[in-house]
Design a protein around this ligand. Structure first.
Ligand SMILES: N[C@@H](CCC(=O)N[C@@H](CS)C(=O)NCC(=O)O)C(=O)O
Length: 241
């Protein structure tokens, strides 16, 4: 985590979020969606600044190479988990993201599962579709960095989409199992545990027409409930076609 002190924004101003942006202003970062949902949950005003992959200069002031970066009064910070922790500690009078210490620990497990299992399974399904929906200014950077990361070309990833979708379906088993009996991952009401996973589905929904889950899947029904939260916040961002 990087936290720096900045001096030019008063605490009374809306929280500013540097938010990843693709072509046609698509806001698709799963890490940024976690924070968008967390801010809505806490009822905090926020403004979102479109930031492209190659606009690292915009977030250099926070000593960060990744988004989200938030600026709240004098505090600027990155890392989605640390931002959630910061919001929880700074705004304790607002609805809780974790539901106490035990809830925070379990949510930490969901965070780790999302990062280590869900994201790697999903990215193999949607990487080529993401490439197709990036702003032209980011195409070379994305191709070079992702081909290096995955050891495959974008075109090879595209050819592997059907197999990746099948594998992803297996990775979703624990999520599907819990959602057969629970409406929300966090218990009686949605909280950060739900946002971590929903954010990954928004990443796919906004950048890829691939059908990750079918309409009769409990995950699909949960995602529909998530899309309806906060006056349809998630749904107000157009799905890829
Ligand atoms: N651990 C970070 C990861 C953030 C992250 O990787 N964000 C992506 C956007 S989804 C990013 O900024 N990538 C920059 C790049 O690939 O150059 C967090 O939880 O905030």
């Amino acid at each position: 985590m990087t936290t720096v002190t900045v001096n030019d924004r008063g605490k009374e101003m809306a929280i500013k979020v540097y938010d990843l942006c693709g072509a046609d202003d698509r806001r698709f970062s799963p890490f940024c969606w976690r924070i968008r949902m967390a801010l809505a949950h806490k009822g905090l005003d926020a403004e979102f600044e479109a930031t492209h992959f190659t606009e690292k200069d915009k977030i250099a002031f926070a000593d960060s190479k990744t988004v989200p970066v938030i600026v709240d009064g004098e505090t600027a910070m990155n890392e989605s988990w640390d931002i959630a922790d910061y919001l929880e500690k700074t705004y304790p009078e607002k609805p809780s993201l974790f539901g106490g210490d035990a809830g925070r620990a379990v949510t930490g497990f969901i965070n780790a599962w999302t990062n280590s299992t869900l994201h790697p399974a999903l990215i193999k399904c949607v990487l080529a579709d993401i490439y197709d929906r990036l702003d032209p200014m980011d195409l070379d950077y994305f191709r070079e960095s992702r081909e290096k990361r995955f050891g495959k070309t974008i075109e090879e990833m595209r050819d592997g989409q059907a197999a990746a979708l099948e594998k992803c379906d297996q990775a979703l088993t624990p999520l599907r199992t819990i959602l057969k009996s629970e409406d929300w991952i966090a218990g009686d009401a949605p909280a950060f545990a739900d946002y971590l996973i929903f954010a990954a589905f928004q990443w796919c929904r906004i950048m890829s027409p691939a059908e990750i889950v079918k309409a009769d899947d409990p995950i699909y029904e949960w995602r529909e409930r998530m899309l309806d939260l906060y006056d349809g916040l998630g749904r107000s961002f157009e799905a890829a076609r």
